[in-house]
Design a protein around this ligand. Sequence first.
Ligand code: P6P
Length: 334
Amino acid sequence: MKPITLIQLLIEERRAGRINAELSLLIEVVARACKRIAVATGKGALGGVLGEAGTDNVQGEAQKKLDVISNEILLEANAWGGHLAACASEEMEDPQPIPDAYPKGGHLLLFDPLDGSSNIDVNISVGTIFSVLQRPAEHGENVATEEFLQPGSCQVAAGYVVYGPSTELVLTVGHGTHVFTLDREVGSFLLTERDVRIPESTSEFAVNMSNQRHWEAPMQRYIGDLLAGKDGPRERDFNMRWVGSMVADVHRILTRGGIFSYPLDAKTTSKGGKLRLMYEANPMAFIVEQAGGAASTGRQRMLDVAPTALHQRVPVFLGSKDEVETAVRYHQAD
Ligand code: P6P
């Protein structure tokens, strides 16, 4: 049977009363923008878009040319449709409202336009991560940053596009997590896996081991027990993978299980962690929970975190439910 397209699935969700026309349009527009990002990243050295942009983002991180290009593609694509009121991005200090020339809608879009961009120049998979909120019922004419500061449980949609050997869109609107693969000849995202389920247990972990000496004691104990293997308290051997591109690591975990962790370490404790809550951890947590997995800061369910700042950082544990719960137990014992 021919796989259905993203638009057909969105129409199904609308007919089931799960999403409205505005959210359906928003998702279509973001997916279309990500196709343009896929083309730009796919050109590699031939596109003249590799390397540094010569600017820093709000995080103080050197921007790649493709970070800036991807951000512009998403802003331009979302400006005119009337489906949202403002965008927030890892690459911009403040939210960008929809230009006055265009109608405003009732949604807020947050994104990391090209996560893992340090991997672009070495041709490793990168991705776009996005999160969708509704404007609070009470809001002024102009969009205030505070409108974005909603817990991850308020998201109405979340997704990512991984630009890898194939281009895949992973999406949830709160009723399961679904995977679409881009048919590059036709230009359509085709549904290749409906209602993904992450294996509840795993023997594979993803962490940047070079930070090991900087971790808190519970993390030292947790990883130490994994490394002890079958002779240790876990009584089985574990494998490790670390791409250094969250979208690539999370996609592997969504596909075959595993636990992804970017814990606090002495270098990042003052900032609250490395990864950003609003447009990395929360959308990934929504996607993973909808696929039967779990996501935590190590001490709190990720989707319950009450945001205090747009670019807030958090420690992240997410993936196979049983393993995330085990890692959390090490932190609660402390
Ligand atoms: P490290 C990429 O810069 C990123 O934000 C995530 O995509 C990735 O998981 C993490 O940082 C990698 O961090 O410290 O291993 O380079």
